[in-house]
Write a protein that binds this ligand. Structure first.
Ligand code: FE2
Ligand code: FE2
Length: 263
């Protein structure tokens, strides 16, 4: 996917971009690309007028989840009583084209089933919150998946900044072009990378970053259907429905289901 520098700078604001850390700029770029991809399927949000748009942007911090910014698509469709992961994909994460494309690449290239599911889930938590999404995503899925899947999701956030030639993962050239050659990840990212690099589960996370780079193809729409069986095999769907099962992350699922609740 080509990124128009000018369009990107204009969307964030050159002043705002200059004030950001390198890590924040990289995050902003990823979100910009994910949104552009979704916009190619679902028209971008429309605001009543420029004034409303400006007000919205003035009161919303950048790390807030997509569901917490009102726009087209409101009011949200209610979730069914015993909501499944598939329901969340259709009613809250959609179109989710970036994660679907990543998972499709893992599937087409014959990667392990765990990797396919990890790719499918890796950025979905951004509906709830964007900042530090690897950690939030791991927490959201931990009660329901093999520990290696949530572990991989946690560390993909750091690993994407570090190349690994053994699997053909290069430092994203895009980051050089957008932010210059002087990009330095923050210390906590570097520490997380070093920890993950030396862990026996390293590849669980590394493969997410490899497939991630294939998840920005404009005009390619992927359905959830080919992944339903993988979900059935690897995701421990609670019979009470996600959010009603008292798990350690049930409150997060409820927040995604009902972002309009006042408290
Ligand atoms: Fe990510
Ligand atoms: Fe991603």
């Amino acid at each position: 996917m080509d990124v128009d520098r000018r369009e990107f700078f204009a969307s964030v604001g050159v002043g705002a971009l200059a004030a950001m850390s390198h890590e924040d700029r990289a995050e902003e770029l990823e979100h910009f690309m994910i949104h552009r991809l979704d916009d190619s399927i679902r028209p971008p949000r429309k605001y009543a007028d420029e004034e409303v748009k400006e007000m919205q942007e003035a009161v919303t911090r950048r790390g807030v989840g997509r569901l917490f910014v009102k726009g087209d698509g409101d009011p949200l469709e209610p979730m069914p009583k015993n909501a499944t992961l598939e329901d969340f994909f259709r009613l809250r994460f959609a179109p989710a084209n970036h994660v679907l494309q990543s998972a499709a690449h893992a599937l087409q290239t014959g990667q392990p089933e765990r990797t396919i599911l990890a790719c499918l889930l890796h950025d979905t938590v951004q509906a709830l919150i964007r900042v530090d999404h690897g950690y939030w995503g791991a927490a959201l899925f931990e009660p329901y998946v093999d520990e290696r899947i949530s572990w991989g999701i946690r560390y993909h956030q750091a690993l994407r900044f570090y190349p690994d030639e053994s699997v053909g993962y290069e430092y994203p050239e895009l980051y050089n072009r957008m932010f210059g050659e002087d990009y330095v990840p923050e210390p906590y990212i570097k520490e997380a990378y070093e920890y993950a690099r030396n862990h026996s589960w390293y590849m669980e996370s590394r493969l997410i970053t490899v497939n991630d780079t294939y998840g920005f193809q404009k005009g390619v729409e992927v359905s959830i259907d080919p992944f339903i069986d993988f979900i059935g095999r690897h995701f421990k769907q609670p019979k009470e429905g996600l959010g009603n099962d008292n798990s350690a992350s049930a409150h997060m699922w409820r927040s995604i289901a009902n972002p309009d609740r006042p408290l």
